[in-house]
Design a protein around this ligand. Structure first.
Ligand code: BGC
Length: 735
């Protein structure tokens, strides 16, 4: 449809029809088919349901074809419905959780995974996914860290932008493409105390410098929609924050797409205490720039009266409706309301071999090798290994958001072992349940019981098996329902039953390799102490188990890097490598540094820092050299380093470049990641890796909040992780 045709359509709509376009209802309403149950509780009438312009959470070609046909036939102007769903890390073929994907440091592969997810989703009739989440996260207590790109603005931005490109391609109208909804704008990843939905207390400078860049990267990549966050920022909930949604998002970032509230966030302006009633909530949200109201009755029940009372100009409604119609038009729905939905394609694409292989490749690349004492991994003699632990026998490897996937399609470690020639007869034992019987993982009793097996006996059997084996692969981790939305934790240790299993195995066999399955960084001091090797597998998806078996056997080499540090313990949180300098840096010597910035009882440094990850070979770095020792405004230089594979196996290295501004008008971070590059080298092979450093990379929000660079000295660090000390200095000259 041409722009004028959309305008003409808009002008024909009655106020009720317009407001209907601004409403998204949850799947349960449609599944009931009439205004009973939850819809009635919300006070919606049959007419409201007939005009609501969008649904979330419905999926499936057959179902959505019928729904679209019936809805359009009844709609006075035959405007198609818009279907959205949470496709976070794959639909039927499940990829590793986004946090794990960001550990690949490989935007092209992230993009490829999102593109597969889009194809599977589009075939099932959904037009938009509520992804990517670009919320910077520095606090592992927050359960939703699993959905984002970790603690670094650059890596989170690269990951989110790659997902947008993968979902949307060049044009969301194209076959197999869907719209991407960036979320949760802004600062949702910084809830106080790590507790979900809590207030985020960020200075404008920290917001702009650290939190906004990842969202901006996704906006620059062209995301079609944006979702404001639940949290308050400077005491204003995002759904009512006109400064955030208009001044920053639309004016500064140039976003022109549609804004949809988070689930019931418009109605929640009342409990937030900034709206007295639904009318005020509707007014505040529409004024702030929320076009569509998700799963709340506020717009549908109040906007008409507000317009009639002259409290809301009709123009506000028209602008919002036009953005919704424009999105439907960009998706091509006016020409083809079914877009790509196709039952045959569904069966051909879902979980097809190519998608499974991509999921396996992604899982392999996302694993992070945290420890490998004596090069225990890869296993030379897999036949002499016992595979033990609650994660040996579970298909719950998909992550909390894989709500449309079937666990039955996911390989368990036990099945993956059985499928591999070298491990098909490997001895296995579960040893204990995934969660403690008194754990907060309520309602998931299958996880906290050993289905009739006596706990003590399970432990004894596991220990007996471990005693006979040369090595033990111990598959431990956090239950998948312990991370995700509304899954914050105040402690980050493994369940007591798993720690007991670890102790029992360690008593009889010192050669322990832990495979760690988790949706967030954990406190793994006990594992670090008792295991010789630790392979972090995150929640790796449909093919994660086969990826883990292949990695243990050395058929794949781990090369992932932590996009979020593993803390020493909870007391360090929030934690991030790019922290500001303090006037009293701690020297490391407790007596000399009595009044340094430190804890009395725990170290300052995390157990495993940002950017860290080992592989099956080793790399050596030469000195960092610069093409020149000074630059001017608008100029740049090249920083280079030679990387050599000094080990015995081929391997992939992620070369990371950090910058430090030695002195600024406001305090500057100790260092900030600005670039990375991956190189694959054979044993003995060297490669010169060069990075361009432009003056624009030195910019920050100065004392006057101007985004600029300041003359002075800068240090470039290039190395394997955020602790690297290999560096060189240059000067940005006065003009
Ligand atoms: C979450 C969003 C999600 C939405 C729709 C909300 O509770 O915060 O991330 O997209 O539900 O399912």
């Amino acid at each position: 449809m041409q722009e004028q045709e959309l305008q003409a359509l808009l002008s024909q709509l009655s106020p009720e029809e317009k407001i209907g376009q601004l409403v998204q209802l949850p799947a349960s309403f449609q599944e009931e088919g009439n205004a009973t149950g939850p819809a009635m509780q919300m006070g919606l009438t049959q007419e409201d349901l007939a005009l609501a312009g969008s649904y979330l959470g419905l999926i499936g070609a057959k179902k959505l074809r019928k729904l679209q046909e019936t809805y359009m036939a009844r709609h006075p102007h035959h405007i198609p419905l818009l279907f959205m769903a949470d496709i976070i890390n794959g639909y039927r073929t499940v990829f590793p959780i986004p946090l794990a994907q960001s550990c690949m440091f490989d935007p092209a592969l992230v993009e490829a995974c999102a593109s597969i997810a889009a194809k599977e989703t589009a075939a099932s009739g959904v037009h938009v996914t509520f992804s990517p989440m670009a919320d910077l996260s520095r606090d592992a207590r927050w359960g939703r860290v699993m959905e984002g790109g970790g603690e670094d603005p650059f890596v989170s931005g690269q990951t989110a932008a790659a997902m947008v490109r993968g979902y949307q391609g060049k044009d969301i109208r194209d076959k197999g493409k869907i719209g991407a909804c960036l979320k949760h704008f802004a600062g949702y990843g910084a809830p106080e105390g790590g507790r979900d939905y809590n207030n985020a207390e960020l200075s404008e400078r920290t917001l702009r410098e650290d939190y906004l860049p990842a969202y901006r990267a996704a906006v620059d990549a062209g995301c079609a929609l944006v979702m404001p966050s639940f949290n308050t920022l400077d005491r204003v909930p995002s759904a009512a924050n006109a400064w955030l949604l208009k001044d920053i998002l639309r004016k500064e970032m140039g976003f022109s797409g549609m804004v949809i509230s988070d689930w019931s966030a418009v109605a929640e302006l009342i409990p937030h205490g900034i709206a007295r009633d639904e009318k005020e909530a509707a007014y505040l949200a529409l004024r702030a720039g929320v076009d569509m109201d998700m799963s709340s009755p506020v717009y549908i029940k109040n906007l008409k009266a507000l317009v009639e009372a002259g409290k809301i100009p009709l123009q506000w409604i028209d602008e919002a409706v036009l953005r919704v119609l424009t999105l439907k038009n960009k998706l091509g729905l006016f020409e083809n309301p079914f877009k790509d939905l196709d039952e045959n394609e569904e069966s051909a694409l879902h979980l097809c071999e190519a998608h499974r292989q991509a999921a396996r490749k992604c899982a392999e690349k996302s694993f992070v090798l945290l420890k490998n004492e004596g090069s225990l991994l890869p296993l030379a003699e897999p036949g002499e290994t016992a595979w033990i632990g609650p994660y040996v026998d579970t298909q719950m490897l998909n992550g909390a958001w894989s709500i449309f996937a079937d666990d039955g399609d996911t390989l368990s470690l036990r099945s993956a072992l059985a499928l591999h020639e070298k491990t098909k007869n490997a001895p296995t034992a579960v040893g204990c349940a995934i969660a403690d019987p008194d754990s907060p993982v309520q309602g998931f009793m299958s996880a906290v019981s050993l289905s009739g097996v006596d706990e003590a006996q399970a432990l004894r059997e596991a220990a007996a098996l471990a005693q006979k084996a040369k090595n033990v692969v111990l598959a431990l981790g956090e239950h998948r329902e312990c991370s995700g939305e509304a899954a914050s934790r105040g402690t980050l240790t493994l369940p007591k039953c798993q720690l007991k299993l670890l102790d029992s195995i360690a008593e009889v066999n010192p050669n322990i390799i832990v495979l760690l399955f988790t949706g967030r960084p954990l406190d793994i001091r006990a594992v670090q102490e008792k295991a010789k090797a630790i392979l972090l597998c995150w929640l790796p998806g449909t093919e994660g188990a086969s990826a883990a078996v292949r990695t243990v056997l050395g058929e794949a080499s781990p090369s992932g890097r932590l996009s979020m540090a593993f803390p020493y313990c909870v007391g360090q949180l929030p934690l991030h490598y790019n922290h500001l300098r303090t006037g009293r840096p701690y020297s490391g010597d407790y007596k000399a540094g009595r009044f340094g910035s430190k804890y009395q009882d725990i170290p300052n440094d995390p157990l495993y820092p940002f950017g860290f990850g080992l592989t099956y070979t080793e790399f050596a770095y030469g000195p960092v050299t610069l093409s020149q020792s000074s630059i001017k405004k608008g100029g740049g230089l090249t920083a280079s380093v030679t990387v050599t594979n000094v080990g015995k196996r081929p391997g992939e290295e992620t070369v990371q470049l950090y910058l430090r501004d030695e002195c600024g008008s406001v305090a500057r971070p100790v260092r900030t990641l600005k670039a990375f590059e991956q190189v694959t080298l054979k044993p003995g092979e060297s490669r010169r890796v060069s990075f361009r450093i432009d003056e624009s990379m030195l910019r920050f929000y100065d004392i006057h909040m101007a985004y600029t660079s300041e003359p002075g000295d800068f240090t470039v660090f290039i190395g394997p992780d955020s602790r690297t000390e290999k560096g060189a200095r240059f000067t940005l000259k006065e003009e």
